[in-house]
Each structure stands twice: as C-alpha cells, then as structure tokens.
Ligand binder design. Structure first.
Ligand SMILES: Nc1ncnc2c1ncn2[C@@H]1O[C@H](COP(=O)(O)OP(=O)(O)OP(=O)(O)O)[C@@H](O)[C@H]1O
Ligand SMILES: [Mg+2]
Length: 327
C-alpha cells in the first residue's frame, strides 16, 4: 500500500494535575496517497494533538509517525505538505493578495503571478485587493486554501475547512477539495461536518478518547444499513406485532413508517400490512448514515447515548412529526 501517513501505536501522554493522561493511545493510522481522508472524533478526542505530532509541532510520547515516507517533522517532507489551521490568523490591514505574497515569501517564492492565479482559483479574483478586515469568514477560508497551495503540496492537512460556512461556501470549498484530489494530492481533513465528510471523503478514521474506533472506506463502514417500509391504511394494532430490539415504528392516521435493519427481511411485515387491508407505499434500502456510525462510535458518552438507544433521530422525528411507537 502506498501510504502518505502512517502511525504505529502512536501515543501522547501529558502530565496533568491528576496524573499522567494519555490523550492519544496506540493509534494506528493509515492514509493512502491520493485519497481524501476524514479524521473524526468528538471534542477532546485527540485529533489536533495527532495532527500536531504529524506536523512535527509536538513529539509523540511513544510509537511511530511517518509522513510522506519520512519521520513526522522531517524538513524534506515539510516542503511537500501544507497545513490550514482551523482558525488561521491574518494581519487584517493587509489585502488577500498581500497576505498571500507574505506567506509565499516564507517559502522563498517571489512569484506575484502565482499568488494571483491561486487567488483566482479560489474565486477571490474580484476581492484580492480588498483588506482582510472586509472579508467574510468564507472569503478568509478561501485565502487560507490559496495559501495552502503555494508550495504545490502533495499532502494537505485541513483542520475544519468548512466550519461555520454558509451552504454555498460549503459547496465551493468541497468542490475545491475534490479538485485537489483530482490533481493527485492527498487531503487529510479533520472535521465535525459529517455531511461534508460523507460527501467527499474516500476513507475515514473515527477516534474517541484518543483511541481508534473505526478506520476504513466509507462505503464499507456505512454498509449494513436499514430498510424503510412505508404503508397506508394500516390498523393501529399492527405496530404491536412488530416491536423488536432494533426496529423503529411510527403509526399515525393509518400511515406506518418502519425502519428495520437490513439483516431482517421485510416480507413478513409486507404480508401483515396487506393482510390487514393496508397498502405498501414503498420499501427503500438506506445506507447507514455517517452520523449514526459516529454516534455509535462514541456511544459511551452522554451525548450519544439517548439518541442511539432512542433509535429515531431528531431529524427523522422532525421529518415525520409522528408519534413514535418505538420498541
Ligand atoms: N498541552 C496539553 N497538556 C495537557 N493536556 C492537553 C494538552 N493539549 C491537549 N490536551 C488534552 O488532550 C485532549 C485532546 O485534545 P485535542 O485538542 O487533541 O482534541 P480534539 O480532538 O482536537 O478536539 P476538538 O474537536 O475540540 O478540536 C484534551 O483532553 C485536551 O485537554
Ligand atoms: Mg482540535
């Protein structure tokens, strides 16, 4: 396998007032070259700590971290990667072009044309002569992306690249990131925006409390989904017949919406609906959502517990606005 990033049993331990605390534990990460990799986990999971180790900003306590085939922090590999922090700091009186030229000078690049081209590429062509103080958050994020391309990197680390952006800016930035992959670059994204990750990432890792919970191709991790059966004209007592551990049913005014695991055949339910005089409207297989996988992964934590065991998510409740007859 051709790996851009590889860690083996990577561990980071801090000495705190309550003793030694491992905030990254035995982490085995594998990021393949040319892919968009999503690095996920709740607040405090250890994502930024891991990124800082990969960038050589801090050292791991034990284990290995290799980036572009060299130990993390190696100067040669630094020339081939870039990093967009979650909250980049800009001198606000400078224009987009000036700040890009300033960062270019740190790489020893004096090519103004390159800076202009990169700013055009991130759709700041009309604005790069305005001071940053007049930029929206989305525009600032795009300046950051222009900078992250200055050294034509093979590997980009993007920390929350779409955090706090409006839906149009989300789409623009997502499209840019997809183009980075088309150009053969590897993109490592740390993000809480699960819908973005689900749309653009090839593979993901989910960590919790410093430990790996899942790592793999999104398609594999999200397979094993659900089947949604919708029917009309269903009598109220039918719901009782199908109560089960891993099923959600809602039945109101004769409309039944049942959510079953795809390991279960819907035939029995379809037969019962028909026998009862109801008619099946649809039977739709649904892929597991990344949000569900994420919540399962951190299900020991308070946030996730209610939602995972409650089965029906808030979104679905809002959609159906029906009384839940959940098991
Ligand atoms: N210098 C430090 N000393 C002690 N503990 C630290 C230090 N830096 C980070 N930590 C702890 O390490 C844990 C992981 O922090 P980290 O910033 O890596 O989380 P994160 O996954 O990036 O979270 P977020 O999603 O909120 O950005 C936290 O419990 C944090 O308090
Ligand atoms: Mg962080």
């Amino acid at each position: 396998m051709n790996l851009a990033i590889e860690t083996k049993k990577l561990t980071k331990t801090y000495k705190t007032s309550s003793g030694m605390q491992s905030v990254v534990k035995d982490l085995d990460l594998e990021v393949e070259k040319g892919e968009i990799f999503g690095f996920l986990g709740p607040n405090g999971a250890g994502k930024t700590t891991t990124i800082k180790i990969l960038l050589g900003i801090i050292d791991g306590t034990s284990g290995e971290a290799n980036v572009l085939g060299r130990p993390a922090g190696d100067i040669e590999s630094h020339k081939r990667l870039s990093y967009l922090p979650e909250k980049p700091y800009y001198y606000e009186h400078m224009t987009g072009l000036e700040i890009t030229q300033f960062y270019a000078s740190l790489f020893g690049i004096k090519d103004k044309e390159l800076c202009v081209n990169l700013l055009n590429r991130v759709n700041l062509g009309n604005d790069y002569n305005r001071p940053i103080s007049q930029y929206s958050k989305g525009m600032q994020q795009r300046v950051g992306l222009a900078q992250s391309l200055l050294n034509d990197p093979e590997l980009l680390f993007l920390d929350e690249p779409t955090g706090g952006l409006d839906p149009i800016a989300h789409i623009e930035i997502r499209d840019l990131i997809l183009k980075f992959r088309d150009e053969g670059r590897t993109v490592f994204i740390s993000s809480h925006e699960l819908s973005d990750v689900e749309r653009i990432c090839d593979r993901v890792a989910i960590i919790n409390k410093g430990e790996m919970v899942h790592q793999g191709r999104l398609d594999d991790l999200l397979s094993g989904g659900r089947i949604e059966v919708t029917a009309d004209g269903v009598p109220e007592n039918l719901a009782d017949k199908f109560k089960g551990d891993d099923m959600t049913l809602s039945l109101r005014a004769g409309r039944l919406i049942a959510d079953l695991p795809d390991t279960m055949s819907p035939n029995e339910m379809i037969d019962a609906i028909r026998t009862s005089g109801g008619s099946v409207v649809s039977v739709i297989p649904r892929r597991k959502r990344l949000e569900d996988l994420f919540l399962e992964s951190v299900s020991g934590d308070n946030l996730a517990k209610g939602r995972v065991t409650g089965k029906m998510t808030d979104d679905k409740k809002a959609d159906t606005k029906e009384e839940e007859v959940s098991s």
